[in-house]
Design a protein around this ligand. Structure first.
Ligand code: PRX
Length: 643
C-alpha cells in the first residue's frame, strides 16, 4: 500500500495543516479518495456544534472491514495482519495472515447472522485478548452490527449497566481469560450480569481457559460449534458479504466515564472514524509498509480499537496483540515481545513505563531492541523522567517518541508530534494533527491571550471545528452528548482537559479539569466511585478525589463518613474496597480511605473538592479560602487524618 497523504517533512506538515483548516472539505476528500467506497459521498462535511450534528462523507457507502481486509488480500494476503502473543510465553504464538483474518471474520459474521444478529443490533463483547476478539469485533462491523466491547476488568454490575444502556441483545464472551498469574472467569461474570436481564437472546462463548462454565439452554452457544456450521466449504447465500453501510452509520459504542452519572456510550461512525484512525496511524507513527506495530493497550479501551485494530489493519500493517501484562512472568515481557517479533513501532502508556522503570535495567539485559524505530505514549501526561528513560533505555536515543493526546470521544490522535517529522518536546504533546483546531479558553469561554507568570498560555482545552473521528452522540441520549461536550462553551467541543501552550504553538496537557480521574491511564469518574462506596451499608457519605501517584499517575483517595464503626477500621476499609470492586471493577478500587465525621461543604451544600484534593496531596498549609465553609472546623479534622 502507499499512502499519498503521509506527511514526509516539517514543511509538508505545515502545508497539510494549512490546507486542512482553509479548505477542510477538499483536504479530507483528498484523503478519503484513497479508500474503498461502494459509493462516493455526496457531501464531505456538514456540521453545527449547537445540537450538535456532525456529518462526514454523507451519502458515502462503505464497509470498514472491506478497507481493513478485502482490499489488502491481493498484495498482502499472506502477510501477518495479527500476531498473537499469549499470556504464557511457553504457549504457541498465533500468526493470522490477512487472508486468514478475512476468512475468520467472514465466518464469524455468518455465525452472528445465523444467531439472529442484524444490521444496527448491539453486540456486547466481553473477551480476553485473543484473536477471536478481533474476529468478533470485525465480524460485527462486517454485518453492520454495532459492537460494544467491555474491558475484562469491569464487574458484572458494570456490564449489566452497559447492556441495559445499549439495549444489547447479543453477547460474545470467553469461558475465561488469562492475565498474568490470574484467571478471570468471564462467562461466570456475564452470567451474573445477566441476572434479571430480559433483552439478551444469545451468548456466544469461545473456549480459552477450559474452566467449567454453565450454559443456559437456548441462550448460550459455543463459538466452536457455531463456527463449524459455517465452514467455507459449505457456503450459504451471502456468505462473507459485507453489509453496505452509510458513512454516518454507527460502527461501535464504547463506554467511558464522565464527571457525572454512569458511564456514557460514546458512538463512532463508520466512515469518519475509519479515515481518522488510518490517517493518524500513518502520520503520527510514520508507518512504513512491512513494519510491525505493537500497541500494548487492551481492545476494551479506545486505544486498542483504534491502534490495534482499525488504524493498523486499514493501513495493511502487522499488529501485535498481546494477551498478558508487562510484569508477568517478569518485568522483561514487553522487551521479549519486541525482540521476538522485531517490533518497529511500540506504543504504550506512561504508567507502564513508570512501572517498568521501577524494576531498573536488569529486565532489559540480553533483549535486542534494535528493531525499534518509533516509540509512542498515550493515556495520561508523561513526566519528563519517564520520557527520558523511555527515550534512552528503550529507544536508545535513536527513536522519535510521540506523545499522543486524545480521548475516547476523539476516535484517534489529536495533538501529537509526528515521528521524526515534527519536533518532540518531553512531556509536551506538541502540535495538532491536520484538521484539529485546539484553543485554550478561560472559564467564561474567552480565548486565553495573556501568558501566565511562567510564560505559557494556560486554559481549558477546546476544539473549534470537527475532525472526521469526532464523537457523534452518546448512545440513546443525544442531549447528554450536547451537555457534556458542547454546552460548556459556545460553539466549541470541550475536552475536559487543561493545557498549556508555548510560543511555538506546542501544547502540554496538564490533566483533567473536571471530576474525572486518570488512574493508570484508565478514566474513572469520581461520582461513580462515590456511588459505589455509598452502597456499603455503613457508609453515610463519601467524597473521592485524585492524588499524585508515582506509578499510576493518579491514585484514588476517598473520604468516607461511616456510621457504627466499632473499632474495626481495617475490616471496614477492606469491605468498602471490595464493594467498589464488585460494583465497578478492580480498576476503581480506592488506594486510600480516610474515615471522617464531616466533609468540607459550603453553605449551599456543595463539597469543596479543592480542599480535599490539597489534603490528599499532602498539602495542609495553603488550603486557600475556607471562610465560605459551613463548618471550617471540619478541615482540621481532615488534616489530622483522624476520626
Ligand atoms: O486527560 C486526558 C488523558 O486521557 C483522557 C482521555 O481518556 P480516554 O478517553 O480513556 O482515552 C485514553 C486514550 C486515548 C484525556 O482527556 N490523556 C490521553 N492522552 C494523553 C492524556 N493526557 C496527557 N497526555 C496524553 N498524551
Amino acid at each position: 500500500m502507499s499512502y499519498p497523504y503521509q506527511i514526509g517533512s516539517l514543511s509538508e506538515y505545515h502545508e497539510a495543516y494549512r490546507k486542512s483548516i482553509e479548505d477542510p472539505e477538499a483536504f479530507w476528500a483528498g484523503v478519503a479518495s484513497n479508500f474503498h467506497w461502494r459509493k462516493k459521498w455526496d457531501r464531505v462535511l456538514s456540521w453545527n456544534f449547537k445540537e450538535p450534528n456532525v456529518e462526514w462523507f454523507a451519502g458515502g457507502k462503505l464497509n470498514i472491514t472491506e478497507n481493513c481486509l478485502d482490499r489488502h488480500l491481493e498484495k498482502l494476503g499472506d502477510k501477518p495482519a495479527i500476531i498473537w502473543e499469549p499470556n504464557n510465553p511457553e504457549e504457541r504464538t498465533r500468526v493470522v495472515t490477512y487472508e486468514r483474518l478475512h476468512k475468520r471474520v467472514c465466518q464469524f459474521a455468518q455465525v452472528l447472522r445465523n444467531n439472529g444478529v442484524k444490521k444496527g443490533d448491539r453486540v456486547c463483547i466481553y473477551m480476553g485478548m485473543v484473536p477471536e476478539l478481533a474476529y468478533a469485533v470485525l465480524g460485527c462491523a462486517r454485518i453492520g452490527a454495532v459492537h460494544s466491547v467491555i474491558f475484562g476488568g469491569f464487574s458484572a454490575q458494570s456490564i449489566a449497566d452497559r447492556l441495559e444502556d445499549a439495549k444489547a441483545e447479543f453477547i460474545v464472551t470467553c469461558d475465561g481469560a488469562y492475565r498474568g498469574g490470574k484467571d478471570i472467569p468471564l462467562k461466570s461474570i456475564i452470567d451474573d450480569a445477566l441476572i434479571g436481564n430480559k433483552l439478551v437472546k444469545k451468548v456466544i462463548v469461545y473456549t480459552r481457559t477450559r474452566i467449567p462454565v454453565s450454559m443456559i439452554k437456548g441462550r448460550d452457544v459455543w463459538w466452536e460449534d457455531e463456527m463449524l456450521k459455517v465452514t467455507d466449504t459449505l457456503p450459504v447465500e451471502g456468505f462473507g458479504e459485507a453489509e453496505v453501510m452509510d458513512a454516518e452509520d454507527p460502527l461501535f459504542i464504547l463506554y467511558t466515564s464522565g464527571s457525572t452519572g454512569k458511564p456514557k456510550g460514546v458512538v463512532h461512525s463508520s466512515g469518519g472514524y475509519m479515515i481518522w484512525t488510518n490517517y493518524t496511524f500513518v502520520n503520527a507513527f510514520q508507518y512504513k509498509p512491512g513494519q510491525v506495530h505493537f500497541c500494548t493497550a487492551d481492545i476494551g479501551w479506545i486505544t486498542g480499537h483504534s491502534y490495534i485494530l482499525y488504524g493498523p489493519l486499514s493501513a495493511g500493517a502487522t499488529s501485535i496483540m498481546f494477551e498478558g501484562i508487562p510484569t508477568w512472568p517478569d518485568a522483561g515481557r514487553f522487551w521479549d515481545v519486541i525482540d521476538k517479533y522485531k517490533v518497529n513501532i511500540f506504543y504504550t502508556a506512561p504508567t507502564a513505563i513508570r512501572s517498568l522503570m521501577s524494576f531498573g535495567l536488569d529486565p532489559l539485559k540480553g533483549k535486542d531492541l534494535s528493531s525499534l524505530q518509533v516509540l509512542g505514549t498515550v493515556g495520561e501526561p508523561i513526566n519528563e523522567e519517564a520520557w527520558h528513560w523511555y527515550d534512552e533505555h528503550i529507544g536508545k536515543k535513536n527513536c522519535p517518541v510521540v506523545d499522543t493526546w486524545w480521548q475516547t470521544e476523539t476516535g484517534g490522535l489529536m495533538i501529537t508530534n509526528l515521528a521524526g517529522i515534527t519536533p518532540a518536546k518531553p512531556s509536551w504533546a506538541t502540535l495538532p494533527m491536520p484538521g484539529v483546531q485546539p484553543v485554550l479558553v478561560d472559564d467564561k469561554g474567552e480565548e486565553v491571550t495573556e501568558k501566565d507568570a511562567d510564560g505559557f498560555y494556560k486554559g481549558n482545552l477546546c476544539i473549534k471545528a470537527p475532525w472526521p473521528g469526532i464523537i457523534r452522540t452518546t448512545y440513546g441520549d443525544h442531549e447528554r452528548c450536547r451537555t457534556n461536550y458542547f454546552a460548556t462553551y459556545d460553539n466549541l467541543y470541550f475536552t475536559g482537559d487543561g493545557a498549556l501552550k508555548d510560543d511555538n504553538g506546542f501544547f502540554r496537557i496538564t490533566g483533567r479539569v473536571d471530576d474525572v480521574l486518570n488512574v493508570s491511564g484508565h478514566r474513572i469518574g469520581t461520582a461513580e466511585v462515590e456511588n459505589a462506596i455509598n452502597m456499603h451499608a455503613s457508609v453515610i457519605e463519601s467524597a473521592v478525589v485524585g492524588f499524585p501517584h508515582d506509578i499510576k499517575g493518579q491514585g484514588i483517595y476517598a473520604y468516607v463518613i461511616v456510621s457504627g464503626l466499632r473499632g474495626d477500621e481495617a475490616g471496614t476499609r477492606q469491605d468498602i474496597i471490595q464493594t467498589v470492586s464488585r460494583i465497578i471493577g478492580p480498576i476503581a478500587k480506592p488506594d486510600k480511605i480516610q474515615f471522617v465525621t464531616g466533609l468540607p461543604k459550603t453553605r449551599s451544600g456543595k463539597i469543596m473538592r479543592r480542599i480535599l484534593r490539597k489534603i490528599a496531596e499532602g498539602e495542609t498549609a495553603n488550603l486557600g479560602d475556607t471562610s465560605t465553609l459551613l463548618d471550617p472546623a471540619v478541615v482540621d479534622e481532615l488534616k489530622n487524618g483522624k476520626l
